[in-house]
Design a protein around this ligand. Structure first.
Ligand code: FE2
Length: 285
């Protein structure tokens, strides 16, 4: 199974906590996923009065809503904060105002399923030491032109906590991502800094709460932009601090992410994402 990544690539991943693999997916397959995501958005975007703004900058009032907490085993739409005008009306057709779709397209939609499960991905997961990868979460991130919001510096382990830590992000550039349209930024070697926070369900299971483990912020300096052409795969270690900028440009920056955990690790029951009716599967079709 193993053997796609070179020794230098593996060493780079271990050193930096991320790895950029250009031309991992053919552009045509990215465009197929893009079309499907826009189709799902058109089909599923709720009317504005029921729109849930997805806020990526910390705990937010809507986090308590079942719409979010129930999305681990569903395909749901989350809007950009800046999608609404002062009167609360959407500035554009609903599907063009979405921040993202989440969080189980990889299990519920055949196009996403096929994109997410390939021998190449299975091999990469094995190469980086995932003995039993399980696809926990998928997100299709629109980062729309002009209204695509920034995502504050965070680690994915904070949100998808296993013991020992095991989550890995598989981030695909569906459009070209540049510093102009809000590409990823990551802190090389930052995965060796102990994770500073954990987000978990409160005792009632009605909202998420953040447990601060170290109040000192991540270094503001030293993050590097991960510009990525369409078809690039970026691997992100779960403890790696990363962020992305707002998209003030005229070009959308679509991306698709899968978060996988290792089945050997213990997935804590008070993680926000629960999918009681949907067994976890790996990268094999
Ligand atoms: Fe992330």
């Amino acid at each position: 199974m193993a053997g796609r990544l070179t020794a230098a690539q593996l060493a780079g991943y271990r050193q930096d906590g991320f790895l950029v693999l250009e031309d991992f997916v053919a552009p045509g397959r990215c465009l197929e996923l893009r079309e499907r995501a826009l189709g799902l958005a058109r089909e599923l975007a709720p009317p504005p009065e029921r729109a849930t703004v997805f806020r990526a900058d910390g705990d937010s009032p809507h986090a308590a809503a079942e719409y979010f907490l129930g999305s681990g085993g569903a395909i749901r739409c989350f809007f950009e904060q800046d999608a609404f005008d002062a009167a609360g009306r959407l500035r554009a057709p609903a599907h063009l105002c979405l921040n993202k779709l989440g969080h189980a397209m990889h299990d519920l939609d055949p196009v996403f399923d096929a994109f997410s499960r390939t021998p190449e991905l299975a091999t990469v997961a094995a190469d980086i030491g995932m003995a039993q990868p399980l696809l926990l979460q998928s997100m299709y991130i629109f980062k729309q032109a002009r209204i695509g919001g920034e995502v504050a510096c965070h680690t994915d382990h904070t949100y998808l906590w296993t013991e020992p830590p095991s989550v890995v992000g598989f981030w695909f550039a569906i459009d070209d991502a540049t510093t102009e349209n809000g590409c990823l930024w990551a802190l090389p070697g930052g995965h060796r800094i102990p994770v500073k926070a954990r987000s978990r369900l409160n005792a009632a299971g009605t909202a998420t709460e953040t447990v601060v483990l170290d109040p000192a912020p991540y270094p503001a300096e030293g993050l590097v932009p991960l510009e990525a052409r369409r078809g690039t795969l970026v691997l992100l270690h779960g403890a790696l601090p990363h962020r992305s900028g707002a998209n003030a440009s005229e070009r959308p920056r679509h991306a698709y992410t899968i978060h996988a955990i290792d089945g050997r690790a213990n997935y804590l029951p008070d993680n926000w994402l629960r999918r009681p009716a949907l067994p976890l599967r790996g990268f094999s079709a």
